[in-house]
Design a protein around this ligand. Structure first.
Ligand code: KG4
Ligand code: ZN
Length: 378
């Protein structure tokens, strides 16, 4: 068993170390129960995975092993604290890559055992929503939570910080995954989201009318991005030309590359460009995400929308969400960019579990894989 929950002193805030290693960012933060951030360190692995156009799980877990202790040390140094000054340790143990999750959880357990500290579990997706609480400094619950990341596109009814109910989610690819894959098809660098966004700035979002799967079905709060991704693929290669040789059709990068493309693109009268495809694809994804978020608000009767995850860093998406909030009169919380992508500050959600006495012992396990939330909601 780990130590019991510490009792808060009016003069001395509780100090919590949070650890995040669910995917390819090694992160640690120190936060207090007054929600002050004393330190936040994020070591990105983007460079390691870039040439594979996606996260390679084995590379990610090995990099976490190398970085976890220096990252924790750096967080403590920045906070001006020693291990003995901590009151609890929190770690994201689900969802995520198995090897990556194990590194964070093992480090957290070792610290708790060595320093006799309580251990708190963090659900990485719920933490993404809590980033809105941290960024705004205000209570954001109850709210609809929309998480749009590399592995997830899920919608939750968030009654409180410790009571989340899944309302819907993707039935195939996640939004960020679709951004990454389409970027790869277009020859744009990894991670794909920022690359598509950059290319899209110079493109026409109405140049190609890509499908908006499930958007017209009011009985579902689900997403499907796999068909949309395939539609982009067909546009690039031309119908019936998706064989091995089609790779050359999408090589090349740059946000305003206008080239004679084989297949469907070449047959159009006006030259198409990577920028137009990027902008049209981005618009289709945003339509789906914003549309289902509005539907979730309508179905729950909640007046607050909190959005988290890497895709929430997308400027066009943020603008659309703001327009929708103004039009429908609901409150919108989207964290600043540094709290949209993976970080350990959002692990402060563990303070809510700590307050509710929800502690773990050292038998805590990882729960890898995606958290599927697809459901029929009437
Ligand atoms: O939340 P996150 O940092 O990690 C996961 O938990 O997956 O999300 C990473 C995802 C990647 O797929 C990345 O391409 C996407 O977020 N992303 C973006 C943008 N920045 C990151 N997608 C669209 N536009 C962006 N500006
Ligand atoms: Zn994430």
């Amino acid at each position: 068993m780990t130590a019991p929950a510490p009792s808060p002193q009016p003069s001395a805030p509780l100090r919590l170390l949070t650890i995040e290693t669910t995917c390819d960012e090694t992160a640690a933060a120190v936060v207090t129960d007054r929600l002050e951030v004393l330190a936040s360190v994020v070591a990105s692995q983007d460079k390691l995975h870039e040439r594979f156009s996606g996260v390679v799980p084995e590379i990610a877990s090995r990099a976490h092993v190398e970085r976890i202790l220096p990252v924790i040390d750096e967080a403590l140094r920045k906070a001006g604290l020693k291990l003995g000054d901590l009151d609890a340790v929190a770690v994201a143990n689900t969802p995520g890559l198995a090897g990556s999750l194990l590194v964070g959880l093992t480090a957290a357990k070792a610290l708790c055992l060595a320093c006799d500290l309580p251990l708190v579990a963090v659900n990485h997706l719920q933490a993404h929503i809590y980033a809105c609480r941290m960024a705004s400094g205000r209570d954001v619950f109850p709210c609809v939570g929309l998480i749009v990341s590399g592995g997830h596109s899920n919608i939750y009814r968030c009654e409180t910080a410790i009571n989340f109910t899944p309302l819907g989610g993707t039935i195939d690819d996640a939004a960020g995954e679709a951004f990454d894959k389409v970027a790869s098809m277009l020859g744009l660098p990894y991670p794909g989201g920022p690359s598509i966004e950059k290319a899209a700035r110079e493109g026409d979002p109405h140049r190609h009318r890509f499908p908006r799967p499930l958007l017209d079905d009011p009985s579902r709060l689900d997403f499907s991005f796999s068909g949309l991704k395939t539609a982009v693929r067909y546009l690039i290669a031309g119908p019936g030309k998706l064989g091995a040789g089609s790779k050359e059709h999408v090589a090349g990068s740059g946000s305003r590359v206008t080239r004679a493309q084989p297949g469907h693109l070449r047959s159009g009268s006006a030259p198409s460009s990577i920028a137009d495809i990027a902008a049209s694809f981005q618009e289709a994804v945003i339509d789906c995400l914003a549309g289902k978020a509005e539907l979730a608000l309508e179905k729950t009767g909640y007046r607050t929308l909190c959005v988290g995850g890497g895709v929430a860093a997308n400027t066009r998406f943020r603008t659309r969400l703001e327009e929708s909030a103004t039009k429908h009169g609901h409150e919108l919380f989207v964290p600043p960019l540094s709290l949209c992508t993976d970080n350990a500050v959002m692990g402060a959600i563990a303070l809510e579990r700590l307050k509710a006495g929800k502690l773990e012992d050292l038998s805590l396990e990882i729960h890898p894989g995606p958290e599927r939330a697809s459901a029929k909601v009437t």
